[in-house]
Structures are given as C-alpha cells and as structure tokens.
Design a protein around this ligand. Structure first.
Ligand SMILES: [Zn+2]
Length: 284
C-alpha cells in the first residue's frame, strides 16, 4: 500500500510540475516563454544586418532586396494567424542599414556559439538584450518582440527561442533568429527561399521542425509528410525532388499541430503526440 502511495505521489508531482499529461501539452508548456509568446497583437520585429570580420559587407541593393521580402513574411503570418481568428500587425525596426555590424565569432550553427549575438548588441550600445527590449518597449509598447539577424554568410538559418527553463534569464529572454544570406547555392531573397524567414520566426513562437533532426525521428518525419505536407515547418527539400519545381511562400501553411503548440487553437488531437514526442522526451 505504501509503495503505491509513493508511486501515486510522484506521478502527481510530475504531472503538476508540467501541469500536463501528454507530449503535446508538455511541449506547448515548455515553448511558451520569452519575448515572443503568442502570434497575435502588436509585434515588433527588430532586423539587424551583420557581416563576418573576414567576409564581405552587404551591398545597398542586397539590403533593399532583403527588406522587400519582409512584407511577404508579414502578410503570410497574418493570413495564417487569421485562419484561427487571430489578428496581428508587425512593425519593423532595422539596424545596420548604413553600415553592417561586424562579428569576429562564428555564427555558423555547427560552431555552437551564440556569443556573436552579444558582440552585435555591444556594438549597438547594449550590455544585455533586455536593455534593448526595455528601451524599445518604453518608446512604443508592443505585445511581442523578436530579433532577426541577417548575416552575410553561407550557412543554414536557425532560431534561438527561449523556453521555460530560461524564462528568468535576461540574456535568453529576448528571442532571435539567424538568417543567412545564402545556403546551398540559393539566396534568401529567392522566391523559393522566402519561406525561411517566417519559418525561423515561427520557432520563436514555439513551433517544432517537422523534418528529421532534433525535433523529429525518421518515423515522425514520415508521419508529418503524410499528415501535414504543406507545413512550413517541414521545409522545402524534404518532400520535393530537387528537379521538381520548389514551392513559394504562399503555398505553405502553418500546420494544425504547430498551430496548437503556439496556442492558435485549443483543439488537442491524439496524433499530435507523434510529432511532439522526441522534443518532449529530450526534456526528461
Ligand atoms: Zn526550423
């Protein structure tokens, strides 16, 4: 009897500490933290142009082209949030338009070094990203905020979301994405690469990747391809032959699983657990 009691007590504690009982709700709980929590309301997007110490600067034309794709990302996010009855506006504040910020540390995802973001912020005059956040919020209040670093280098873009474990950590609170100018021979302003910007932004609101990697196994990727093929979180290369015509941004959608993770709807379905399982387990 006593043993059962202890087991019951520990079950209670674990379900209370997560406040949840399945992989999907556990994931949803972990992901709602940081400066971008809900895809709705007044959103401030801070764009920062960055170059590597030994690399080329962005040209004026390149910067203009990049700024031109931002409304496409905004309109797409509006369209997708609108499907769930949410409305939003995104205003942009851009730094480094005249002169790029230069970093000496490596921002490549494989370098596993997020120190470069501090380097940029220091050059902008902030010791802590929270100081930038507070200053911008005091000037013109917003509901959500995140930074997109545009980096003139070749690498796979990635995001730096904040989760519940780091919620009280000032340096981690302000969420950001690193978007690289080229990857595998394609530039970010290419029609078939425009999806990368909203894809990375959505991570900051809590979404998971649906292709094989830290968030999915081979099997769950297969499941995603069958179930939510149009998802922007699947990326472009998974289900399309390289010779096949690649999709452009308007053809993608926010899948219903990730919409649930982001809190766009509350209609939980059991199959969501297939896509949440690997990530949720990495938190045990
Ligand atoms: Zn991703």
């Amino acid at each position: 009897m006593k043993k059962a009691y202890i087991l019951l007590a520990s079950l209670l504690v674990s379900s209370i500490s997560f406040g949840q009982k399945n992989f999907t709700d556990q994931t949803r709980y972990i992901q709602t933290a940081g400066s971008a929590t809900k895809l709705e309301g007044k959103i401030l997007q801070v764009n920062i142009f960055v170059k590597l110490k030994d690399g080329p600067s962005f040209s004026k034309t390149q910067k203009t082209e990049i700024l031109k794709i931002l409304p496409h990302s905004e309109n797409w996010l509006k369209r997708e949030a609108g499907k769930y009855g949410k409305s939003l506006t995104i205003s942009n504040k851009t730094y480094g338009t005249d002169k790029d910020f230069t970093i000496s540390s490596d921002p490549d995802p494989d370098a596993n070094n997020e120190k470069w973001t501090e380097e940029v912020l220091k050059q902008m005059g902030y010791d802590n990203p929270m100081d930038l956040y507070d200053e911008l919020k005091a000037k013109d209040p917003f509901d959500q905020m995140y930074i997109v670093f545009f980096i003139n280098a070749e690498a796979q873009s990635y995001s730096m979301p904040c989760d519940k474990d780091y919620e009280d950590d000032d340096a981690a609170f302000v969420e950001s994405a690193a978007v690289f100018n080229n990857f595998e021979g394609k530039i970010i302003t290419d029609k078939t690469e425009e999806y990368v910007v909203p894809h990375e932004i959505l991570h900051l609101f809590g979404t998971l990747d649906l292709y094989k990697g830290p968030h999915q196994s081979e099997e769950s990727q297969e499941f995603a391809i069958k179930t939510v093929q149009k998802s922007i979180m699947l990326g472009s290369e998974i289900f399309l032959d390289e010779d096949e015509e690649q999709w452009e941004l308007p053809q993608y959608e926010i899948d219903e699983f990730n919409a649930y993770i982001m809190g766009l709807h509350n209609n939980y379905k059991k199959w969501y657990d297939v896509l949440a399982k690997k990530f949720a387990k990495s938190y045990k």
